[in-house]
Design a binder for this molecule. Structure first.
Ligand code: SF4
Length: 326
């Protein structure tokens, strides 16, 4: 197990597994035996290619999906097997910001109704006036204004829509916020504004974030720790500075070599090995180390034995036979 239990941890995820049955009696191994924790007020960045299971992991943690096995401890309480009704009081503590604001914001609702929806679900306000005041205050805090409340989400730019999504997620003052690629669809010029806003809210409210991204460059400035997922499994996890300075898993090294370098001279000098081949199907993940079909260091036992997720140096966990031996 990667992390020890501690009341300092807001979230503890242990051996989480999520399989989706598909036709023909087959199963999609979306998340397999993933363990991690997040300290209160900190950010864990979860990174990996599209299809690696990071979003399924996040949605299982927040109980949009029911886990197949494993456990989810939020603020000291086991929420793994609670029914949707039993979950209701815990929903206030965990909210989600989505990548696709077209899909996640109802086009037929005004911004007022979108942002007020969580307040209504939890019967927070005693009057319409109180609700309007809370929504106006929240809109102001995300850089919008009261005049925006009567408009519809499709009337806004991508950056403004994401601000509405953030307002909706934060109006209940949650403890844990899952940010599922919240800046990937935005213009580069807007990305920094949204990231800075999320950081400000974190400082002001002590928020804890699980920040999902598909490349390592996006999580560098927001995460205290970084976890790297490959084909449903966590393959490396450590402090953010450590993962950029000493990436151990060949997959992490490949992801880092794909990060664009702004200086063309440096970019030419860099070994852009990248990662060869495509990610295999999660319906039939390779035996042994799941990365062996693409790993430049694979040896015979890599296709037979699953490497354990071990602590290679203090706080630095990795699943690779080669590293564990060293
Ligand atoms: Fe590569 Fe083998 Fe390590 Fe997997 S266990 S990452 S295949 S060297």
């Amino acid at each position: 197990m990667a992390d020890s239990s501690s009341s300092q941890n807001l979230l503890e995820v242990k051996n989480l597994t999520k399989h989706f049955p598909v036709s023909g009696g087959k199963v999609v191994h979306a998340v397999d035996n993933v363990s991690f924790s997040i300290t209160r007020g900190k950010t864990l960045g979860l990174v990996g290619e599209s299809g690696c299971g990071k979003s399924s992991c996040a949605r299982t943690v927040i109980r949009i999906y029911d886990p197949t096995s494993g456990s989810i401890i939020l603020d000291g309480e086991d929420i793994t097997k609670l029914s949707q009704k039993q979950l209701l009081p815990h929903r206030r503590k965990m909210q989600m910001i989505f990548q696709d604001t077209y899909a996640s914001l109802n086009a037929r609702m005004t911004v007022q109704d979108i942002v007020a929806e969580p307040l209504r679900a939890h019967h927070i306000c005693k009057s319409k006036a109180e609700e309007r005041e809370m929504v106006a205050d929240m809109l102001c805090r995300v850089g919008l204004n009261q005049e925006h409340a009567g408009r519809y989400a499709h009337e806004f730019s991508g950056g403004q829509r994401q601000r509405v999504g953030i307002a909706r997620a934060l109006i209940l003052q949650p403890m844990l916020v899952i940010c599922d690629e919240p800046i990937s669809a935005l213009d580069v010029s807007i990305q920094a504004q949204v990231v800075n806003m999320l950081r400000t809210f974190q400082e002001e409210q002590g928020l804890t974030y699980l920040f999902i991204a598909h490349d390592l460059s996006m999580v560098r400035y927001v995460s205290d720790d970084v976890g790297v997922m490959y084909l449903g499994q966590l393959v490396e996890k450590c402090e953010t500075d450590e993962i950029y300075a000493h990436p151990l898993h060949p997959y992490t090294q490949g992801l880092l070599s794909s990060v664009p370098i702004p200086n063309p001279e440096l970019a030419r000098q860099k070994q852009t090995a990248g990662i060869a081949g495509d990610i295999p199907s999660p319906i039939a993940p390779p035996k042994g180390c799941r990365f062996h079909t693409r790993c430049p260091y694979a040896e015979s036992r890599c296709s037979e034995e699953t490497p354990a997720f071990r602590e290679a140096s203090p706080g630095h966990f990795v699943a690779c036979h080669r590293i564990n031996e060293e």
